[in-house]
Design a protein around this ligand. Structure first.
Ligand code: AMP
Ligand code: MG
Length: 419
Protein backbone atom coordinates (compact mmCIF):
# COMPACT_ATOMS: atom_id res chain seq x y z
CA UNK A 1 0.00 0.00 0.00
CA UNK A 2 1.34 3.45 -0.85
CA UNK A 3 0.38 6.93 0.30
CA UNK A 4 -2.03 9.15 -1.57
CA UNK A 5 0.78 11.60 -2.38
CA UNK A 6 3.14 8.91 -3.63
CA UNK A 7 0.37 7.47 -5.81
CA UNK A 8 -0.26 10.93 -7.28
CA UNK A 9 3.43 11.35 -8.05
CA UNK A 10 3.59 8.00 -9.81
CA UNK A 11 0.51 8.89 -11.83
CA UNK A 12 2.08 12.17 -12.85
CA UNK A 13 5.29 10.52 -14.03
CA UNK A 14 3.33 7.93 -15.98
CA UNK A 15 1.31 10.66 -17.69
CA UNK A 16 4.50 12.48 -18.67
CA UNK A 17 5.73 9.31 -20.41
CA UNK A 18 2.41 8.56 -22.09
CA UNK A 19 1.94 12.13 -23.21
CA UNK A 20 4.59 11.60 -25.87
CA UNK A 21 2.50 8.96 -27.62
CA UNK A 22 -0.53 11.23 -27.91
CA UNK A 23 -1.10 13.14 -31.10
CA UNK A 24 -2.57 16.51 -31.73
CA UNK A 25 -5.14 17.13 -34.37
CA UNK A 26 -6.96 20.04 -35.90
CA UNK A 27 -10.63 20.73 -35.43
CA UNK A 28 -12.99 23.44 -36.59
CA UNK A 29 -13.89 26.03 -34.02
CA UNK A 30 -17.44 24.66 -33.70
CA UNK A 31 -16.04 21.26 -32.67
CA UNK A 32 -13.55 22.65 -30.19
CA UNK A 33 -15.60 23.27 -27.04
CA UNK A 34 -14.44 21.03 -24.13
CA UNK A 35 -11.32 20.02 -26.05
CA UNK A 36 -7.88 20.91 -24.78
CA UNK A 37 -5.83 23.39 -26.76
CA UNK A 38 -2.37 22.02 -27.45
CA UNK A 39 -0.95 25.43 -28.34
CA UNK A 40 -0.83 28.94 -26.98
CA UNK A 41 -3.17 30.94 -29.19
CA UNK A 42 -2.38 34.64 -29.72
CA UNK A 43 -4.41 37.54 -31.05
CA UNK A 44 -3.47 38.70 -34.53
CA UNK A 45 -5.95 41.53 -34.75
CA UNK A 46 -6.82 44.64 -32.78
CA UNK A 47 -10.07 44.54 -30.85
CA UNK A 48 -11.84 46.86 -31.31
CA UNK A 49 -10.48 46.97 -34.84
CA UNK A 50 -11.20 50.73 -35.11
CA UNK A 51 -12.40 53.53 -32.86
CA UNK A 52 -16.16 53.10 -32.58
CA UNK A 53 -19.07 54.47 -30.68
CA UNK A 54 -20.47 52.84 -27.56
CA UNK A 55 -23.72 54.84 -27.86
CA UNK A 56 -26.33 55.98 -30.33
CA UNK A 57 -25.77 59.73 -30.63
CA UNK A 58 -23.58 62.25 -32.42
CA UNK A 59 -19.86 62.25 -33.08
CA UNK A 60 -18.47 65.72 -32.38
CA UNK A 61 -15.26 67.52 -31.59
CA UNK A 62 -15.12 67.74 -27.78
CA UNK A 63 -13.66 71.23 -28.23
CA UNK A 64 -17.00 72.38 -29.73
CA UNK A 65 -18.80 71.53 -26.51
CA UNK A 66 -16.62 73.70 -24.26
CA UNK A 67 -18.80 76.25 -22.46
CA UNK A 68 -22.10 74.72 -23.65
CA UNK A 69 -24.87 74.97 -21.03
CA UNK A 70 -28.62 74.82 -20.71
CA UNK A 71 -28.78 78.63 -20.96
CA UNK A 72 -26.22 78.87 -23.78
CA UNK A 73 -26.24 75.68 -25.86
CA UNK A 74 -23.75 75.19 -28.72
CA UNK A 75 -25.28 74.55 -32.07
CA UNK A 76 -23.63 72.02 -34.43
CA UNK A 77 -24.70 71.14 -37.98
CA UNK A 78 -25.44 67.48 -38.73
CA UNK A 79 -23.34 66.68 -41.79
CA UNK A 80 -23.53 62.92 -42.13
CA UNK A 81 -24.32 59.53 -40.66
CA UNK A 82 -22.11 56.63 -39.55
CA UNK A 83 -23.85 53.35 -38.80
CA UNK A 84 -22.44 49.92 -37.93
CA UNK A 85 -20.95 48.54 -41.13
CA UNK A 86 -21.48 51.84 -43.03
CA UNK A 87 -18.92 54.42 -41.93
CA UNK A 88 -19.05 58.11 -42.92
CA UNK A 89 -15.88 58.61 -44.91
CA UNK A 90 -15.23 62.32 -44.43
CA UNK A 91 -13.44 64.43 -41.88
CA UNK A 92 -15.49 66.26 -39.31
CA UNK A 93 -14.88 70.01 -39.28
CA UNK A 94 -15.42 72.43 -36.37
CA UNK A 95 -19.08 73.00 -35.45
CA UNK A 96 -20.18 69.87 -37.25
CA UNK A 97 -21.74 66.68 -35.89
CA UNK A 98 -22.17 63.26 -37.46
CA UNK A 99 -25.08 61.07 -36.45
CA UNK A 100 -23.62 57.82 -35.17
CA UNK A 101 -24.93 54.43 -34.04
CA UNK A 102 -23.49 51.96 -31.51
CA UNK A 103 -20.55 50.07 -33.02
CA UNK A 104 -20.15 52.48 -35.94
CA UNK A 105 -16.75 53.92 -36.85
CA UNK A 106 -16.04 57.30 -35.29
CA UNK A 107 -15.31 59.69 -38.20
CA UNK A 108 -11.93 61.34 -38.60
CA UNK A 109 -11.75 64.69 -36.89
CA UNK A 110 -14.14 63.60 -34.14
CA UNK A 111 -13.00 62.72 -30.62
CA UNK A 112 -16.22 62.29 -28.61
CA UNK A 113 -19.73 60.94 -28.93
CA UNK A 114 -22.63 62.62 -27.25
CA UNK A 115 -25.66 60.48 -26.43
CA UNK A 116 -28.80 61.07 -28.46
CA UNK A 117 -30.71 61.64 -25.18
CA UNK A 118 -28.40 64.52 -24.25
CA UNK A 119 -29.02 66.73 -27.27
CA UNK A 120 -31.96 68.41 -28.89
CA UNK A 121 -32.23 68.02 -32.66
CA UNK A 122 -33.86 70.87 -34.57
CA UNK A 123 -33.73 71.66 -38.29
CA UNK A 124 -30.63 69.65 -39.15
CA UNK A 125 -28.72 70.88 -36.10
CA UNK A 126 -28.11 69.62 -32.59
CA UNK A 127 -28.09 71.77 -29.50
CA UNK A 128 -25.40 70.75 -26.99
CA UNK A 129 -26.27 71.70 -23.42
CA UNK A 130 -23.20 70.45 -21.62
CA UNK A 131 -19.50 70.18 -22.27
CA UNK A 132 -18.03 66.76 -23.04
CA UNK A 133 -14.51 65.47 -22.51
CA UNK A 134 -12.45 63.93 -25.35
CA UNK A 135 -12.89 60.11 -25.71
CA UNK A 136 -16.36 60.13 -24.16
CA UNK A 137 -18.37 57.13 -25.40
CA UNK A 138 -15.58 55.99 -27.71
CA UNK A 139 -14.20 52.46 -27.62
CA UNK A 140 -10.69 52.90 -28.86
CA UNK A 141 -8.87 50.63 -31.28
CA UNK A 142 -7.07 47.78 -29.47
CA UNK A 143 -8.26 48.72 -25.97
CA UNK A 144 -9.38 45.10 -25.47
CA UNK A 145 -6.85 43.10 -27.52
CA UNK A 146 -3.73 43.81 -29.51
CA UNK A 147 -1.79 41.49 -31.85
CA UNK A 148 0.38 39.24 -29.70
CA UNK A 149 -1.94 39.15 -26.68
CA UNK A 150 -2.47 35.64 -25.33
CA UNK A 151 -6.04 34.45 -25.99
CA UNK A 152 -5.83 30.87 -24.74
CA UNK A 153 -2.93 29.16 -22.99
CA UNK A 154 -1.75 25.70 -24.01
CA UNK A 155 -3.55 23.09 -21.86
CA UNK A 156 -6.77 25.11 -21.53
CA UNK A 157 -9.96 23.13 -21.74
CA UNK A 158 -11.93 25.33 -24.07
CA UNK A 159 -15.18 26.81 -22.81
CA UNK A 160 -17.93 28.49 -24.79
CA UNK A 161 -16.42 31.80 -23.60
CA UNK A 162 -13.06 30.85 -25.17
CA UNK A 163 -14.92 30.01 -28.39
CA UNK A 164 -16.43 33.52 -28.38
CA UNK A 165 -12.99 35.05 -27.94
CA UNK A 166 -11.42 32.91 -30.67
CA UNK A 167 -14.32 33.49 -33.07
CA UNK A 168 -13.89 37.25 -32.60
CA UNK A 169 -10.33 36.85 -33.83
CA UNK A 170 -11.28 34.75 -36.85
CA UNK A 171 -9.63 31.57 -35.56
CA UNK A 172 -11.23 28.76 -37.54
CA UNK A 173 -8.96 25.75 -37.11
CA UNK A 174 -7.47 24.85 -33.75
CA UNK A 175 -4.83 22.35 -32.68
CA UNK A 176 -6.22 20.27 -29.84
CA UNK A 177 -5.09 17.16 -28.03
CA UNK A 178 -6.32 14.02 -29.66
CA UNK A 179 -9.42 12.55 -27.99
CA UNK A 180 -8.27 10.05 -25.37
CA UNK A 181 -9.60 6.59 -26.21
CA UNK A 182 -11.25 5.04 -23.18
CA UNK A 183 -12.70 1.55 -22.63
CA UNK A 184 -14.97 0.89 -19.65
CA UNK A 185 -15.43 -2.55 -18.11
CA UNK A 186 -17.94 -2.96 -15.26
CA UNK A 187 -17.15 -6.19 -13.47
CA UNK A 188 -19.23 -8.25 -11.07
CA UNK A 189 -21.52 -11.22 -11.51
CA UNK A 190 -24.13 -9.38 -9.45
CA UNK A 191 -24.26 -6.42 -11.84
CA UNK A 192 -27.52 -5.90 -13.67
CA UNK A 193 -26.97 -3.87 -16.80
CA UNK A 194 -28.61 -0.52 -16.98
CA UNK A 195 -31.04 -0.48 -19.88
CA UNK A 196 -34.68 0.16 -20.57
CA UNK A 197 -35.56 -3.55 -20.68
CA UNK A 198 -33.67 -4.52 -17.55
CA UNK A 199 -35.81 -6.63 -15.24
CA UNK A 200 -36.18 -5.91 -11.53
CA UNK A 201 -32.98 -7.05 -9.82
CA UNK A 202 -33.25 -10.51 -8.33
CA UNK A 203 -32.18 -10.89 -4.71
CA UNK A 204 -28.45 -10.10 -4.55
CA UNK A 205 -28.30 -8.35 -7.89
CA UNK A 206 -27.13 -4.74 -8.07
CA UNK A 207 -27.98 -2.21 -10.75
CA UNK A 208 -24.97 -0.90 -12.63
CA UNK A 209 -24.91 2.74 -11.55
CA UNK A 210 -21.24 3.51 -12.05
CA UNK A 211 -21.14 2.44 -15.73
CA UNK A 212 -23.56 5.23 -16.74
CA UNK A 213 -21.73 7.59 -14.35
CA UNK A 214 -18.36 6.98 -16.00
CA UNK A 215 -19.83 7.33 -19.45
CA UNK A 216 -21.45 10.64 -18.57
CA UNK A 217 -18.29 11.99 -16.97
CA UNK A 218 -16.16 11.04 -19.96
CA UNK A 219 -18.59 12.59 -22.41
CA UNK A 220 -17.74 15.97 -20.91
CA UNK A 221 -14.01 15.40 -21.08
CA UNK A 222 -11.76 15.30 -24.16
CA UNK A 223 -12.34 11.56 -24.50
CA UNK A 224 -13.84 9.06 -26.87
CA UNK A 225 -15.47 5.97 -25.39
CA UNK A 226 -14.31 3.11 -27.60
CA UNK A 227 -16.18 0.37 -25.77
CA UNK A 228 -18.28 -0.16 -22.69
CA UNK A 229 -19.08 -3.65 -21.47
CA UNK A 230 -20.01 -5.48 -18.32
CA UNK A 231 -18.36 -8.69 -17.39
CA UNK A 232 -18.86 -11.38 -14.76
CA UNK A 233 -16.12 -12.37 -12.32
CA UNK A 234 -15.02 -15.17 -14.56
CA UNK A 235 -11.28 -15.34 -15.35
CA UNK A 236 -11.66 -16.20 -19.06
CA UNK A 237 -14.31 -13.60 -19.67
CA UNK A 238 -12.34 -10.94 -17.86
CA UNK A 239 -9.16 -11.89 -19.69
CA UNK A 240 -10.94 -11.63 -23.00
CA UNK A 241 -12.58 -8.27 -22.20
CA UNK A 242 -9.32 -6.64 -21.10
CA UNK A 243 -7.54 -8.08 -24.17
CA UNK A 244 -10.26 -6.67 -26.43
CA UNK A 245 -9.97 -3.25 -24.81
CA UNK A 246 -6.20 -3.31 -25.38
CA UNK A 247 -6.65 -4.43 -29.00
CA UNK A 248 -8.96 -1.48 -29.60
CA UNK A 249 -5.98 0.80 -29.00
CA UNK A 250 -7.39 2.28 -25.81
CA UNK A 251 -5.28 4.94 -24.14
CA UNK A 252 -7.10 4.23 -20.90
CA UNK A 253 -9.06 1.26 -19.57
CA UNK A 254 -11.29 1.83 -16.57
CA UNK A 255 -12.63 -1.21 -14.78
CA UNK A 256 -14.91 -1.14 -11.77
CA UNK A 257 -15.06 -3.79 -9.07
CA UNK A 258 -12.92 -6.82 -8.43
CA UNK A 259 -9.79 -5.15 -7.07
CA UNK A 260 -9.99 -5.91 -3.35
CA UNK A 261 -9.01 -9.05 -1.53
CA UNK A 262 -12.08 -11.26 -2.06
CA UNK A 263 -12.12 -14.61 -3.80
CA UNK A 264 -13.71 -13.05 -6.91
CA UNK A 265 -11.46 -10.00 -7.05
CA UNK A 266 -9.64 -11.07 -10.17
CA UNK A 267 -8.42 -7.80 -11.64
CA UNK A 268 -4.88 -7.71 -10.13
CA UNK A 269 -4.15 -11.28 -11.30
CA UNK A 270 -5.58 -10.63 -14.77
CA UNK A 271 -3.52 -7.48 -15.22
CA UNK A 272 -0.37 -9.42 -14.37
CA UNK A 273 -1.38 -12.33 -16.65
CA UNK A 274 -1.75 -9.84 -19.50
CA UNK A 275 1.73 -8.46 -18.77
CA UNK A 276 0.60 -5.21 -17.30
CA UNK A 277 2.98 -3.51 -14.90
CA UNK A 278 1.21 -2.65 -11.68
CA UNK A 279 2.18 0.87 -10.66
CA UNK A 280 0.37 0.58 -7.37
CA UNK A 281 -2.36 -1.48 -5.81
CA UNK A 282 -4.04 -0.11 -2.67
CA UNK A 283 -3.60 3.49 -1.65
CA UNK A 284 -3.83 4.54 1.99
CA UNK A 285 -7.00 6.55 1.51
CA UNK A 286 -10.66 6.32 2.33
CA UNK A 287 -12.82 5.73 0.38
CA UNK A 288 -11.37 3.86 -2.59
CA UNK A 289 -8.42 2.16 -0.88
CA UNK A 290 -8.20 -0.96 -3.11
CA UNK A 291 -7.57 1.08 -6.31
CA UNK A 292 -5.09 -0.36 -8.77
CA UNK A 293 -3.23 1.49 -11.51
CA UNK A 294 -1.22 -0.38 -14.11
CA UNK A 295 0.58 0.29 -17.33
CA UNK A 296 0.38 -1.78 -20.51
CA UNK A 297 2.77 -1.29 -23.35
CA UNK A 298 1.71 -3.97 -25.79
CA UNK A 299 1.29 -2.09 -29.07
CA UNK A 300 0.92 1.32 -27.56
CA UNK A 301 0.90 2.62 -23.99
CA UNK A 302 -2.34 2.10 -22.12
CA UNK A 303 -3.06 3.05 -18.53
CA UNK A 304 -5.34 0.74 -16.61
CA UNK A 305 -7.43 2.10 -13.74
CA UNK A 306 -8.95 -0.63 -11.60
CA UNK A 307 -11.48 1.28 -9.52
CA UNK A 308 -13.20 -0.40 -6.59
CA UNK A 309 -16.89 -1.15 -7.17
CA UNK A 310 -18.68 0.85 -4.50
CA UNK A 311 -20.12 3.94 -6.18
CA UNK A 312 -18.25 6.47 -4.06
CA UNK A 313 -14.99 4.52 -4.38
CA UNK A 314 -15.47 4.64 -8.15
CA UNK A 315 -16.16 8.37 -7.89
CA UNK A 316 -13.03 9.07 -5.84
CA UNK A 317 -10.97 6.92 -8.17
CA UNK A 318 -12.35 8.76 -11.16
CA UNK A 319 -11.92 12.28 -9.75
CA UNK A 320 -8.54 11.96 -8.11
CA UNK A 321 -6.92 9.42 -10.39
CA UNK A 322 -8.51 9.21 -13.87
CA UNK A 323 -9.43 12.88 -14.17
CA UNK A 324 -6.15 14.01 -12.64
CA UNK A 325 -4.25 11.74 -15.03
CA UNK A 326 -6.16 13.23 -17.96
CA UNK A 327 -5.23 16.71 -16.77
CA UNK A 328 -1.55 15.75 -16.72
CA UNK A 329 -1.81 14.07 -20.09
CA UNK A 330 -3.27 17.13 -21.77
CA UNK A 331 -1.04 19.54 -19.82
CA UNK A 332 -3.85 21.26 -17.97
CA UNK A 333 -3.15 22.97 -14.68
CA UNK A 334 -2.66 20.69 -11.66
CA UNK A 335 -5.47 20.34 -9.13
CA UNK A 336 -5.32 23.01 -6.48
CA UNK A 337 -7.10 22.93 -3.13
CA UNK A 338 -8.29 26.03 -1.27
CA UNK A 339 -8.36 26.37 2.51
CA UNK A 340 -11.76 26.12 4.16
CA UNK A 341 -12.76 26.70 7.77
CA UNK A 342 -14.13 23.46 9.22
CA UNK A 343 -17.51 24.09 10.85
CA UNK A 344 -17.54 20.96 13.02
CA UNK A 345 -15.21 18.52 14.74
CA UNK A 346 -14.66 15.33 12.74
CA UNK A 347 -12.82 12.08 13.29
CA UNK A 348 -10.98 10.42 10.46
CA UNK A 349 -9.12 7.13 10.43
CA UNK A 350 -5.52 7.60 11.50
CA UNK A 351 -3.01 6.79 8.79
CA UNK A 352 -5.40 7.20 5.87
CA UNK A 353 -5.95 10.20 3.63
CA UNK A 354 -9.66 10.82 4.00
CA UNK A 355 -11.77 12.35 1.26
CA UNK A 356 -15.08 13.72 2.45
CA UNK A 357 -18.01 14.92 0.39
CA UNK A 358 -18.70 18.36 1.77
CA UNK A 359 -20.59 21.55 1.31
CA UNK A 360 -18.45 24.65 1.12
CA UNK A 361 -20.16 28.03 1.47
CA UNK A 362 -18.95 31.61 1.62
CA UNK A 363 -19.74 33.28 4.96
CA UNK A 364 -20.81 36.92 5.29
CA UNK A 365 -17.22 37.87 6.11
CA UNK A 366 -15.94 36.16 2.94
CA UNK A 367 -14.59 33.04 4.66
CA UNK A 368 -14.96 29.65 2.99
CA UNK A 369 -16.64 27.36 5.48
CA UNK A 370 -16.96 23.59 5.13
CA UNK A 371 -19.63 21.25 6.44
CA UNK A 372 -19.22 17.50 5.96
CA UNK A 373 -22.27 15.89 4.30
CA UNK A 374 -24.24 13.21 6.09
CA UNK A 375 -23.76 9.61 4.93
CA UNK A 376 -20.09 9.16 4.04
CA UNK A 377 -20.22 5.38 3.46
CA UNK A 378 -18.72 4.40 0.12
CA UNK A 379 -22.07 2.88 -0.88
CA UNK A 380 -24.08 6.00 0.08
CA UNK A 381 -25.10 8.33 -2.69
CA UNK A 382 -27.55 10.88 -1.23
CA UNK A 383 -24.75 13.31 -0.33
CA UNK A 384 -24.01 13.63 -4.04
CA UNK A 385 -26.92 16.03 -4.33
CA UNK A 386 -25.52 18.39 -1.70
CA UNK A 387 -21.77 18.21 -2.05
CA UNK A 388 -19.77 20.84 -3.89
CA UNK A 389 -16.29 20.00 -2.62
CA UNK A 390 -14.02 17.21 -1.50
CA UNK A 391 -12.32 17.84 1.81
CA UNK A 392 -8.97 16.13 2.02
CA UNK A 393 -7.73 15.31 5.49
CA UNK A 394 -4.17 14.05 5.43
CA UNK A 395 -3.16 10.92 7.23
CA UNK A 396 -2.11 11.18 10.79
CA UNK A 397 -5.13 13.05 12.09
CA UNK A 398 -7.68 11.17 14.09
CA UNK A 399 -9.64 14.18 15.31
CA UNK A 400 -9.79 17.38 13.33
CA UNK A 401 -11.03 20.24 15.48
CA UNK A 402 -13.78 22.65 14.57
CA UNK A 403 -12.13 25.84 13.30
CA UNK A 404 -9.23 24.03 11.60
CA UNK A 405 -8.41 25.11 8.09
CA UNK A 406 -8.60 22.11 5.79
CA UNK A 407 -7.89 21.48 2.11
CA UNK A 408 -11.01 21.66 -0.05
CA UNK A 409 -11.15 20.76 -3.73
CA UNK A 410 -14.00 22.85 -5.07
CA UNK A 411 -16.35 21.48 -7.70
CA UNK A 412 -18.35 23.43 -10.26
CA UNK A 413 -22.00 22.96 -11.12
CA UNK A 414 -21.18 19.98 -13.32
CA UNK A 415 -19.08 18.58 -10.44
CA UNK A 416 -15.83 18.91 -12.28
CA UNK A 417 -12.93 20.47 -10.37
CA UNK A 418 -12.90 24.27 -10.33
CA UNK A 419 -9.17 24.66 -9.83
P1 AMP B 1 -16.19 -4.93 -5.48
O1 AMP B 1 -15.24 -3.78 -5.63
O2 AMP B 1 -16.30 -5.76 -6.72
O3 AMP B 1 -15.86 -5.74 -4.27
O4 AMP B 1 -17.61 -4.32 -5.23
C1 AMP B 1 -17.87 -3.56 -4.08
C2 AMP B 1 -19.34 -3.21 -3.99
O5 AMP B 1 -19.69 -2.36 -5.07
C3 AMP B 1 -20.25 -4.39 -4.09
O6 AMP B 1 -21.31 -4.19 -3.18
C4 AMP B 1 -20.74 -4.35 -5.48
O7 AMP B 1 -21.98 -4.95 -5.67
C5 AMP B 1 -20.80 -2.87 -5.77
N1 AMP B 1 -20.65 -2.60 -7.19
C6 AMP B 1 -19.71 -3.13 -8.00
N2 AMP B 1 -19.85 -2.67 -9.24
C7 AMP B 1 -20.90 -1.83 -9.23
C8 AMP B 1 -21.54 -1.03 -10.23
N3 AMP B 1 -21.11 -1.04 -11.50
N4 AMP B 1 -22.58 -0.26 -9.87
C9 AMP B 1 -22.99 -0.25 -8.58
N5 AMP B 1 -22.44 -0.97 -7.61
C10 AMP B 1 -21.40 -1.77 -7.91
MG1 MG C 1 -17.09 -7.49 -7.46
Amino acid sequence: MISFEKAQEKLHSLALTHKKSLHQHEVNLDQACSQVSSKNIYAEEYHPAFNNSSMDGFAIKAQDSVGASLAEPSSLTIVGESSAGKPWDHTLQPNQACRIMTGAKVPKGSDAVIKVEDVEEVDGKIQLRQSTLPNTNIRSKGEDLKPGDLLVAKGTRLTAEDIMLLASQGKNRLKVSQAIRVAIISTGQEILEHDANAPQPALGEIRNSTGPFLRSKLMHLPCEIVSQVSCSDHPEELFSQISKALDLGSDIIISTGGVSAGKYDLIPGMVSDLRGTILFHKVSMKPGKPILVANFSKKKPCTFFGLPGNPISTLVGFNFFVETYLRHLTEQARLKPVKAFLNQEISTPRGLTTLLRSRVEVSDDALLTAEVCQGQGSHMMTSLKAYNAWLKIDKGHDVVKKGSFVDAYLLGQDHSFLF
